[in-house]
Design a protein around this ligand. Structure first.
Ligand code: PAF
Length: 291
């Protein structure tokens, strides 16, 4: 596995990797890509493992993207754990890790923006104005550099997935977006780099976010379809330390809120526990849940 910091070197290494893989397989190689901000956990690891199984060339990036953090957010304090991350990438079978500095990605005086209107206005877009513009911009740049055939993202960041998917479609990136199931701690809490900010008692309280989703889901599976009633079920489980930002049932493609729920619709939730903002979601299924 190679660690690369410059765009020039990354392009060159990618080319060489693809050439070697094409020669070995006697066909054009399938290139996979997992973009991350580092501080890798089992959620990232599962994306990389799937990429390893499916692709001939396995690329990952580690870049804490300043453009997606608001002025009062945790950019400076975001956990940076490059050494440990590299071991995880190696174990997951990644070939090249691109880990540039901010100055390599953002040139002074840059004036290009990427806005995916419609999908970014609600939910996390309300509380984090400009966040998805920053995500769309950096992922467009990374797609441009990595030129993947398949890009892997976690379901946990559901809105982000739909924003990136639309950006990739609108800008004609010839790739397949792969959504992988949310990986959870034993308590049900969705894995996130930000879980490391939680104290033990906050972590205990945070598990009730998923408990709420499960309660909502049980009501759905018992036949309830009214969104307001289902959301009330979702709120019943929440610990008093969990301050709900939103809990809504939306169309899985458009992210528009619904008054009646159906199979395939998505329950989006965001909450603060202490100063830490956590998000989660489930896709409603009439039978068993796979989330
Ligand atoms: O989900 C993340 O880790 C980031 O938002 C991403 C997609 C790597 C862009 O910086």
């Amino acid at each position: 596995m190679e660690l690369i910091k410059s765009i020039k070197e990354f392009r060159k290494a990618r080319r060489l990797c693809c050439k070697a893989a094409a020669e070995a397989a006697s066909r054009s190689p399938l290139v996979g890509f997992v973009p991350t901000m580092g501080n890798l956990h089992n959620g990232h690891f599962s994306l990389m493992k799937l990429m390893n199984q499916e692709c001939d060339v396995r690329l990952a990036s580690i870049f804490v993207n300043p453009a997606q953090f608001g002025p009062s957010e945790d950019y400076e304090n975001y956990p940076r754990t490059l050494e440990a991350d590299l071991s995880k990438c190696e174990e997951a079978g990644v070939d090249l890790v691109f880990a540039p500095d901010a100055g390599e990605i953002y040139l002074p005086g840059r004036s290009t923006q990427v806005t995916v209107s419609g999908l970014v206005e609600g939910y996390c877009g309300i509380v984090r104005p400009g966040h998805f513009d920053g995500v769309a911009l950096v992922v467009a740049k990374l797609f441009n550099l990595a030129q993947p055939d398949r890009a892997y993202f976690g379901q946990k960041d559901y809105q982000q997935f739909r924003v990136i998917e639309r950006m990739a479609r609108d800008l004609n990136f010839p790739l397949e977006m792969v959504m992988c199931p949310t990986v959870r701690e034993e308590s049900g809490l969705a894995m996130s780099s930000r879980n490391s900010y939680l104290t033990p008692s906050q972590r205990y309280a945070a598990r009730t976010i998923f408990a709420g989703l499960k309660a909502l889901e049980e009501a759905f599976q018992a036949g309830e379809r009214g969104a307001e009633i289902l959301k009330a079920w979702g709120r019943t489980q929440l610990d008093e330390q969990v301050r709900l930002e939103y809990l809504d049932i939306v169309d899985g493609q458009t992210l528009q809120p619904l008054s009646t729920a159906a199979e395939g619709d998505v329950v989006l939730v965001a909450a603060r526990v202490g100063a830490t903002r956590l998000i989660d979601n489930i896709i409603l299924k009439a039978g068993g849940q796979d989330c």
